[in-house]
Design a protein around this ligand. Structure first.
Ligand code: ZN
Length: 379
């Protein structure tokens, strides 16, 4: 067993609101509200997805919308946030930035302002109960009119000192022109919010460039298309823009055929800051630690690099200085602890190097209960 990745302190910067819901909670709320769930969200969960074309993306979005529709009461919403914070804690996350488009919940909660205020209140309550710090990212939908984004940016700006930490742009990046959303991002930036649009997941390097040039991105949701353009990757590294890379999401949506095809190494070698994220565990079936597991097993990254990924997630976050310092110290402590694999290898080497006289009665070692075989029971 190697160092446990759930114990590695980290920040989680790419998690959508409904997408964070536990599957069991989705089923429970759907039952309570007598809402129909398709098989892909019930017996056949997690769903088989693909976003290779607009049809695939439409299906993903439709499932997301169905899942969102079960959040109808204040108690439902508070439960979602409370359970998410508890799950984050179990994943070793000490700081979460959860992304929400309030307009998607407005119908049940009396408008976007009351949704945003309720989310902030629920986040503060969940943070206090779990010990996980929570920032809220208000995200606009790029398939809607840019004026709606401006309204959301003004809402986000007004809540900047009350738990909103960033402004995002989500949904199908092949639709809508990033430049049209620049005025909204300027409103958010003037209020001191981080610019965190999605880009370079479903579309190519041009979409990543638009996030940098038009929206002055501090972080980019996904951004993996930058791996196709070395100059662009170097530019991102130079300006220390963090890419929120979500390996399980890339595989589930067919952006990468296998976990090993997510261009993690290419981006790291170019010096890009990367924060691993889970995106939508409800639809992709895995949470934050699983992304670090993929980095370890599919990409063969050693613990030093996994610890550096965790540091990058903290550095790219909006976490307050005390939270950052505590997380960074925790990461150092995780790495300083002995690697159980190396400890075991050293113990086995010591046993193998023992002179025969030490290993018990000569001639009995193969069947002896006190011979060299015993310490191997530690495995
Ligand atoms: Zn996302």
């Amino acid at each position: 067993m190697a160092r446990p990745l759930a114990a590695l302190p980290k920040a989680h910067l790419h998690l959508h609101f409904t997408g964070a819901m536990r599957h069991a909670t989705l089923v429970d709320l759907a039952t309570r509200h007598r809402a129909h769930l398709p098989d892909a969200l019930r017996a056949d969960w997690p769903p088989q997805l693909s976003a290779a074309d607009e049809r695939g993306w439409f299906r993903f979005q439709r499932l997301y919308d169905i899942a969102r529709s079960v959040i109808r009461t204040e108690a439902d919403l508070r439960r979602l946030v409370r359970e998410t914070a508890a799950d984050e804690r179990a994943e070793g996350s000490g700081w979460l930035e959860i992304q929400v488009d309030p307009s998607g919940y407005a119908a049940h909660f009396g408008g976007i302002t009351s949704v945003a205020e309720l989310v902030l209140d629920a986040a503060a309550e969940a943070a206090a109960a779990s010990g996980v710090g929570i920032g809220v990212i208000i995200a606009a939908n790029r398939t809607k009119h840019p004026l709606e984004a401006r309204t959301l940016a003004r809402l986000a700006a007004g809540l900047a000192g009350r738990g909103v930490t960033g402004f995002g742009l989500s949904n199908d990046e092949r639709r809508g022109n990033a430049a049209d959303f620049a005025p909204a991002f300027r409103i958010a930036a003037r209020a001191g919010l981080l610019s965190v649009p999605h880009g370079g997941e479903l579309a190519g390097p041009a979409s990543v460039r638009a996030c940098l040039d038009e929206l002055n991105a501090d972080r980019i949701g996904h951004g993996i298309a930058a791996a196709q353009d070395h100059n662009l990757a170097e530019r991102i590294a130079g300006r220390r823009t963090t890419l929120e890379v979500c390996p399980a999401s890339n595989v589930a949506l067919g952006i990468a055929a296998r976990p090993a095809d997510v261009p993690l190494r290419t981006l790291l070698e170019a010096g890009v800051q990367i924060a691993l994220g889970a995106d939508d565990p409800l639809l992709f079936g895995s949470r934050l630690t699983a992304q670090y597991e993929l980095a370890r097993h599919a990409h063969g990254l050693p613990d030093e690099t996994l610890a550096e990924l965790a540091r990058m997630s903290v550095r790219g976050s909006a976490a307050p200085p005390a939270v950052r310092a505590a997380l960074l110290a925790g990461i150092d402590a995780w790495l300083a602890a002995p690697d159980p694999d190396q400890e075991r290898a050293r113990a086995e080497a010591r046993i193998a190097a023992r002179p025969p006289a030490e290993s018990g009665v000569p001639g009995l070692s193969s069947g002896s209960r006190t011979g060299p075989g015993e310490p191997r029971k530690l495995t």
